[in-house]
Write a protein that binds this ligand. Structure first.
Ligand SMILES: NC(=O)c1ccc[n+]([C@@H]2O[C@H](COP(=O)([O-])OP(=O)(O)OC[C@H]3O[C@@H](n4cnc5c(N)ncnc54)[C@H](O)[C@@H]3O)[C@@H](O)[C@H]2O)c1
Length: 359
């Protein structure tokens, strides 16, 4: 079997796996990417007949009941997996075995072993496996990444990421998979991965999780955590904290602090709201305050899961499709994706929560 991902000429033809909420955003992006000649949507798969009917009515495209049927289609080059999180790994593995490229919504899987198997299977079958961390594509994170890589932040000593969001009981009741250990987990796995990814991307991967506590089922009738606090040591040597809740009325913006001996930054949602370095960094470039990024505050994502700009997803899906065409790795590789799953698994293990232990 090949270990080098295959190139693809012409628009990459996608099948969507799971035609629910976020799938609509993927479909919207694929419409734009068809105009660019980069990618297109050709079919969907969903076990729910109502979702299939809605998909066909909205996009005028076929929707099948199972992933297997979708994978048998010759007009599908790649799948974008937008199903419940606990299904991602198995579906990615099945698609890779069928020779389809795989773009997977976060997280790659809830369990690290499954995420690793998906990465290994993708390599074995020579397909590209990529993830959706759309917030990486905003201008602010890229600027901070450049500054850190060029030494403008000195030693990173502390990182802190927080997700003080609000999700009602009605939100959890809107899908049977929501808040379950098997298919979703809680605020850490569902709402926090983007900020955790950004923290690891900028301040270094986790060496280990040092402490963790999860309050499971607090305030909502779900299995998983609605409040969580963890500390970790990162490869940069920094200490890090991760905190999150879905009970913070009425949902405050996410925040990330990166603190270095020569430079520090703060993100409020996607916006870079603080950036200072001891030596001037890119003085002629656009100042962070003026970088046009979608503001989480304006989008109100903190209390509405689908209130988001499609720009990040558009950039993310375009990068994935072009990566295949150009024979390069996408920005969000399977290996990058697994880092977040690994940290989440370490946190749950340390807290004795989730699929790894009692609450
Ligand atoms: N990147 C982001 O910012 C972002 C935002 C929202 C959701 N997500 C992720 O997207 C995924 C879906 O979330 P959602 O809010 O759209 O959920 P949703 O419940 O609205 O949609 C999930 C869909 O998957 C379908 N489904 C269930 N079992 C399936 C199966 N075996 N095969 C194919 N389809 C199946 C359901 O019928 C439903 O239509 C989650 O993993 C979530 O973490 C990511």
């Amino acid at each position: 079997m090949s270990t080098t991902p295959r190139k693809h000429i012409g628009p990459l033809r996608f099948g969507i796996v799971g035609c629910g909420g976020i799938a609509a955003l993927h479909a919207q992006c694929l419409k734009t990417l068809l105009e660019e000649g980069v990618a297109q949507l050709v079919a969907g798969a969903d076990p729910n007949p109502n979702q299939r009917a809605k998909f066909t009515e909205t996009y005028g495209l076929p929707a099948v009941a199972t992933l297997e049927e979708l994978l048998q289609r010759d007009d599908v080059d790649a799948v974008t997996i937008t199903s419940p999180s606990g299904l991602h790994g198995d579906q990615a593995i099945a698609a890779a075995r069928a020779g389809k490229h795989v773009l997977c919504e976060k997280p790659l899987d809830l369990k690290l072993a499954k995420a690793d198997l998906a990465i290994a299977t993708a390599k074995e079958h020579g397909i590209t496996l990529g993830g959706i961390f759309q917030q990486r594509f905003a201008a602010g994170p890229k600027k901070v990444k450049r500054a850190i890589e060029q030494g403008f932040f000195g030693d990173i000593v502390l990182a802190h990421c927080e997700t003080p969001w609000y999700r009602s009981q009605a939100y959890y009741d809107s899908g049977k998979w929501r808040g379950t250990w098997a298919l979703d987990c809680g605020v850490l796995s569902n709402q926090s991965p983007h900020m955790i990814d950004r923290m690891l991307w900028l301040a270094g991967d986790a060496v280990d999780v040092l402490s963790a506590s999860c309050d499971c089922g607090k305030g909502r009738t779900i299995e998983a955590e609605t409040v969580a606090v963890a500390t970790a040591r990162l490869t940069s040597g920094a200490l890090a904290t991760v905190i999150g809740t879905t009970l913070a009325f009425d949902g405050m913006p996410q925040r990330l602090l990166i603190c270095g001996t020569e430079g520090s930054a703060q993100f409020t949602g996607d916006d870079l709201t603080y950036f200072k370095t001891s030596r001037p960094f890119e003085p002629d470039a656009v100042m962070p305050e003026a970088i046009p990024v979608a503001s989480e505050v304006a989008e109100n994502r903190s209390s509405d899961p689908l209130a988001m700009s499609h720009q990040g997803h558009l950039d993310n899906i375009r990068d994935f499709a072009l990566a295949i065409r150009e024979g390069r790795a996408p920005l969000v590789t399977g290996e990058e994706y697994r880092k977040v799953t690994r940290v989440l698994n370490l946190i749950y293990e340390r807290a004795g929560a989730g699929p790894f232990g009692k609450k």
